[in-house]
Design a protein around this ligand. Structure first.
Ligand SMILES: [Zn+2]
Length: 341
């Protein structure tokens, strides 16, 4: 009988040390296995006095049942613990983490956009995303292009059945962004734009722009010129000159076409600048007071400038691509041929 007590005591100690399936199996075999301590104890019955054999046999069975039921409980707890660990690990997988290994290479437009975005970030600009499907109001009215305005005809628009449009220019995001942040504001918003164009080497129905706005007190054309010169010199990685020619865009007043000295030939004349030494680069100007007002910003207090870089065009210049259709064509053979300047 004493030996049974000792087995139970030893079991209690071993029981506490079980941590996993392996240690669990070890003690199960040790106590209730075929050659386990309980089986061994039962064999001892031959040495027990005849009148005690029945009582001894019952005690061994009771011990065996007790150990087996405690082991069964323990096994269940271990399984629950393992399941919980598995679930925890599943939760720790963040499906939004970008893949560490970026196989393949980035698209010329993406490379160009990243480069320009980094320059602006270093100048304290935030980067906003715009909707590709916009209300007619945001695409036109909010940037001072009312119904029947001739500028609407210049932009062959894709209308959706619900009356919304595929945005024809990144300016469609101006109003939303001004209303979101108010003034002062330094922001750029690259985006994909859509126009119902006949495709040729310089026209695409889907193209990329990168627009920027800087709104603050006492902003003037001098700020615009200085800023554009600094920004473009950084983007091209060399000092460039800029010049403004009057241009008409409904959302700016006054509006300009900005030319920059050709960064590729230094103004001597090359294929990119068509031998002229200057590149017609982007529309820009002082934001129209009505546009500020519609964006919830008081034009008496704040002024600002805006500019729209043709991102597809910048990528074409940067990668010596002569045909804009290459960018969206999805033909790897053509894209692989492009090389950066
Ligand atoms: Zn040139």
């Amino acid at each position: 009988m004493e030996i049974l007590d000792e087995i139970l005591k030893a079991f209690d100690v071993d029981f506490l040390s079980v941590e996993d399936e392996e240690t669990y199996n070890n003690i199960r075999v040790k106590y209730v296995g075929k050659n386990g301590l309980v089986t061994e104890a039962l064999k001892e019955i031959k040495n027990v006095a005849a009148d005690k054999k029945k009582e001894y046999g019952e005690s061994v069975n009771k011990l065996k049942n007790l150990l087996e039921s405690r082991l069964a409980d323990l096994k269940q707890k271990l399984e629950e613990k393992a399941l919980k660990r598995e679930l925890d690990e599943m939760e720790r997988v963040d499906l939004t983490t970008p893949a560490a290994d970026q196989s393949g290479s980035l698209h010329p437009v993406t490379i160009t956009r990243n480069k320009i975005v980094n320059v602006f970030k270093s100048m304290g600009f935030t980067v906003e995303d715009g909707n590709e499907i916009e209300t007619e109001y945001n695409n036109f009215e909010a940037v001072n292009i009312p119904k029947d305005h001739p500028a609407r005809d210049m932009q062959d628009t894709f209308y959706l059945a619900n009356g919304q449009v595929l945005k024809t220019h990144t300016s469609a995001s101006q109003n939303r962004i001004m209303r979101k942040y108010g003034a002062p504001l330094r922001v750029i918003f690259p985006g994909r734009c859509f126009r119902n164009e006949e495709l040729d080497a310089s026209h695409e129905n889907t193209f990329f722009q990168l627009e920027g706005m800087m709104i603050d007190k006492n902003i003037s054309i001098a700020n615009l010129i200085y800023f554009m010169k600094t920004m473009l010199s950084q983007v091209f990685g060399k000092e460039v000159e800029v010049r403004l020619r009057p241009g008409f865009f409904p959302f700016v007043e006054p509006g300009f076409e900005l030319d920059c000295s050709c960064p590729y030939c230094g103004g001597k004349g090359c294929n990119v600048c068509k031998k002229g030494g200057w590149i017609e680069l982007c529309p820009c100007g002082m934001i129209h007071p009505r546009v500020l007002e519609m964006g919830g910003i008081n034009p008496e207090e704040y002024q600002g400038f805006a500019f729209g870089l043709g991102l597809s065009r910048m990528a074409m210049m940067n990668f010596e691509i002569n045909d804009i259709r290459v960018l969206n064509g999805g033909k790897l053979k053509q894209l692989k041929q492009v090389k950066t300047k």
